[in-house]
Design a protein around this ligand. Structure first.
Ligand code: ADP
Ligand code: ASP
Ligand code: MG
Length: 430
């Protein structure tokens, strides 16, 4: 056994059907002589479907039909992977029981709490299937409940990791499995509070989970297997002519992902940087490809890199009586931003007004407006896009701005940003 621990993360696209799960097995088998922790996301778009279940339930509608589809999808994958899927299907069925109980009662708890109890099931289902399939195909694998590893605070839908306890639990539970020569297979995205209620770490949080385990176990490297060859100079869904970055620094990766590059969850980099653990972004479609290696500072000079963040809101805040926006106003505004965990992507101020561009997630913008409108005049525009261009030049700015209405803009030496109305037909890609 090679003691060089690797932590792998397989996302929803890599386990979207039975064929894909076979591919995940093949990739993992190549590394079977290493110590391996494998983190698996919910299959395909299961998390979106579970969100629908939550919405139906919260609006008092019947959510069982939607849940049944999710169930049948997973049973179908189990049936495609196993000649006799009964045992696995029974354990999948047991996983649904708690949600079914919950859905039978009228909703009394907060939306965010209910969301986490329901949506977390996607990961519990996918990991049971993958673990059973690994075990049936020559990879000794132990399924571990990530809620026994990751302790969070009790802010549902965006739990913050309680590191000391998480390190203790992760080492205590996973090291014996690795020592015994088995793969430790667990969920991304989920954790639990000190009262054992399930929490989630934020959408797309499985990358972050893998980084948490890498940190706790001092992994030699972490690999995220994606449907792209590595980190590209822009999202290939929106842009043509993107190229792969062979190597980038933690700093560059954190700047890109904070401002919307959806290829890695934004919280992933810090734990890895803190322990100098290299992060590899590699393709599950072309596992022999070199991917992108993310490490400490490199001498790399970068081409322009474009990130687009959708669902932005531009909030204009001004004083009601024409007084200056002074420090005590800022302090009040920011205390509200902090308590809502609202992500600010750009800010500007004039004498009597303050403008922030924030992620318009959940109902946070409304809650923010409610909290400050007694003291300030507030208006906001929603459905906007934020473009962030690192290592920009004039021609890329010009081509990206072409025929767009620019609502706010900022230029720094290495980074420029602008906020624009989303006009899909004007994207570079036809
Ligand atoms: P996962 O299944 O692991 O959660 P994601 O769908 O979250 O994978 O991330 C992969 C996707 O990220 C790609 O399909 C691509 O469309 C998108 N993406 C956004 N920005 C970039 C970028 N700069 N480089 C590569 N992919 C990007
Ligand atoms: N399944 C979760 C999501 O879709 C977490 C993840 O895949 O990273 O957001
Ligand atoms: Mg993702």
């Amino acid at each position: 056994m090679n003691k060089n621990l690797k932590v792998f993360k397989f996302g929803g696209a890599s386990v979207k059907d039975a064929e894909s799960i076979k591919n995940v097995l093949d990739i993992t088998k190549t590394y079977k002589d290493h110590e391996l922790v494998v983190v698996v996301s919910a299959m395909a778009k299961t998390t979106n479907h579970l969100e629908k279940v939550v919405d139906l339930y919260a609006s008092g509608k019947d959510a069982f039909a939607e849940l049944e589809q999710i169930k049948q999808f997973h049973y179908g994958i189990a049936a495609a992977l196993f000649e006799d899927p009964k045992e696995l299907q029974t354990s999948l069925s047991d996983t649904f029981v708690e949600i079914e109980w919950l859905l039978e009662e009228p909703m009394e708890d907060s939306y965010d709490y209910v969301y986490d109890q329901i949506v977390s099931v996607g990961e519990l289902l996918s990991t049971q299937i993958v673990a059973a399939y690994f075990n049936a195909n020559g990879l000794s694998t132990k399924w571990v409940d990530a809620r026994d590893l990751v302790l969070t605070d009790n802010i549902y839908r965006e739990g913050w990791v309680q590191w000391e306890e998480t390190i203790k639990r992760t080492k205590g539970k996973l090291e014996p499995i690795l020592k015994a020569g088995s793969i430790a297979l667990t969920q991304g995205f989920i954790g639990s509070t000190s009262e054992n209620f399930t929490t989630t770490l934020g959408r797309e949080g499985s990358d972050y989970s893998a980084a948490i385990f890498s940190f706790c176990l001092d992994a030699k490297e972490m690999v995220i297997w994606k449907d792209v060859p590595g980190i590209l100079t822009g999202d290939p869904r929106y842009f043509d002519n993107v190229t792969k970055l062979d190597q980038i620094s933690y700093r560059e990766a954190i700047e890109m992902t904070y401002y919307g590059a959806k290829v890695i969850h934004q919280k992933t980099i810090k734990p890895l940087q803190n322990k100098n653990i290299p992060l590899l972004v590699r393709s599950f479609i072309d596992p022999a490809g070199s991917g992108t290696v993310i490490t400490a500072e490199t001498d790399e000079t970068y081409p322009p890199i474009v990130s687009v963040e959708r669902d932005q809101a531009l909030i204009r805040i001004s004083t009601k009586d024409f007084s200056f926006v002074a420090e005590h106003h800022m302090s009040f505004i920011f205390s509200q931003i902090a308590s809502l965990r609202l992500q600010v992507n750009l800010m500007q101020n004039t004498a009597i007004s303050f403008v922030v561009c924030v992620n318009d997630a959940n109902d946070k913008v409304d809650r923010f407006a409610n909290a400050i409108e007694e003291k300030f005049k507030v208006n906001f525009e929603r459905g906007l896009e934020l473009y962030t261009i690192r290592h920009y030049n004039d021609s890329i700015i010009k081509s990206l701005k072409d025929s767009k209405l620019i609502l706010a803009e900022e230029k720094m030496p290495k980074t420029t940003q602008f906020v624009t109305k989303a006009v899909p037909t004007m994207r570079l890609k036809s």
